[in-house]
Design a protein around this ligand. Structure first.
Ligand code: NAD
Ligand code: UD1
Length: 332
């Protein structure tokens, strides 16, 4: 299939392009590079040995309807994967309009283009954040609870927009993929997560402390009702996540399809730090500080629906996630 990958130069998008190409698909990346670099496209080609024939790149903003329509007019597209979103929770609280505009307009422009050009397959990057403070493990059949920030709200709203579009267009097939905590990097060390400025997320913070770029990890709270008091999350290797998209595309059926992409395993902050130290034989200094506002104690998936219906499960464990994240950080 020829897949339009919106946001394909980014962290999860670039790994998914690799997985798609390795599965025999070709990709057209549409990305405005607001949080990535064009180099990612060269790295995708380098890793897969593919050329401009299978990997096309358009530097466009996917909220720009005219530019998006030009791409759809110029190519025969079989499906769309929509990664093109802004994702920094704190920034979304400071600049809500920017988040609502970018994340909702991109969803609307891309889905409208699909309807106009009769493209039935659409995969959307959602997040476990839509479950709110439900009880773990999160399962797809749960009622969603309120999100705690504008970023999370754009995911919940995009899910509702796409669900309504499907109700009105019975041959449109949409898959909502709710990611848990993607970490790690491609084995080659060529692509990975390279956040701008000081990282908000745990793994990039850990790798930067290990590298000496940052002094000390601040662990946000050790008084949660968890195994050791620190927050528990379902970390998933980004390559497993990427492969989940290929499985989702292969099995995409009419209507709205929702899948958790997680491992089903919870890991605490302290467990992750220890695993990183052991896997890479390097020390990560840390201190315990106050809880971070908006954090929940535990978040992990019930991942059985994806296994049963897509035949997909995460294969890579915490040690591999830590090794690959460190390899990328060292190279970067
Ligand atoms: P990322 O920032 O690395 O990738 C997003 C890409 O989209 C970037 O290359 C950026 O330049 C591009 N982009 C953003 N707005 C655009 C626009 N209007 N037009 C064209 N390109 C645009 O982020 P990521 O971690 O790869 O996340 C991908 C998607 O998955 C996002 O929608 C994010 O919200 C969602 N998600 C991420 C996580 C996570 O922990 N990384 C968790 C859950 C959901
Ligand atoms: C965060 C977002 C979530 C988003 C996800 C992916 C919040 C409240 N949630 O999830 O909406 O979908 O990123 O972008 O921001 N931690 C530390 N020290 C750090 C960083 C994190 O102790 O410097 C802890 C956190 O308290 C948490 C765990 O590590 O327990 C994971 O944090 P993080 O990587 O930021 O992911 P989430 O909070 O799960």
């Amino acid at each position: 299939m020829n897949i339009l990958v919106a946001g394909g130069a980014g962290y999860i998008g670039s790994h998914t392009c690799v997985a798609l190409l390795e599965a025999g698909h070709s990709v057209i990346v549409a990305d405005n590079l607001c949080n990535s670099k064009a180099e990612a496209i060269d790295k995708i080609k380098q890793i897969t040995g593919k050329t401009d024939k299978e990997v096309l790149f358009y530097e466009i903003d996917v909220t720009d309807k005219q530019k998006v329509y030009e791409v759809f007019l110029n190519h025969s597209i079989d499906g769309v994967i929509h990664f093109a979103g802004l994702k920094a929770v704190g920034e979304s609280v400071e600049k809500p309009l920017m988040y609502y505009y970018n994340n909702l307009m991109s969803t609307m422009v891309l889905s409208e283009a699909c309807l106009k050009f009769n493209i039935a397959k659409f995969v959307f990057s959602s997040s476990a954040t839509v479950y709110g403070e439900n009880e773990v493990p999160f399962v797809e059949t749960m009622n969603l609870l309120p999100t705690t920030n504008p970023y999370g709200e754009t995911k919940a709203m995009s899910e509702r927009i796409l669900t309504d579009i499907v109700k009105a267009n019975s041959n449109f097939a949409v898959t909502l993929l709710r990611y848990f905590n993607p970490v790690g990097a491609h084995k080659s060390g060529l692509i990975g997560e390279s956040p701008n400025g000081i990282p908000n997320n745990l793994m990039p913070y850990v790798t930067q402390v290990a590298k000496g770029k940052l002094k000390k990890l601040k662990i946000f709270g050790n008084d949660y009702a968890t195994v050791d008091g620190t927050g528990v999350r379902d970390y998933i290797h980004v390559c497993d996540l990427a492969e989940g998209h290929v499985s989702a595309l292969n099995k995409l059926s009419e209507g709205i399809n929702i899948y958790n992409l997680g491992t089903g395993q919870g890991t605490s902050v302290l467990q992750l730090v220890k695993a990183f130290e052991e896997a890479n034989n390097i020390e990560v200094s840390y201190e315990i500080v106050e809880r971070r506002a908006g954090d929940i104690a535990e978040c992990y998936a019930n991942a059985s629906k994806a296994e049963q219906e897509l035949g997909w499960t995460a294969k890579r464990g915490i040690v591999e996630m830590c090794k690959d994240a460190w390899k990328f950080e060292k190279n970067y």
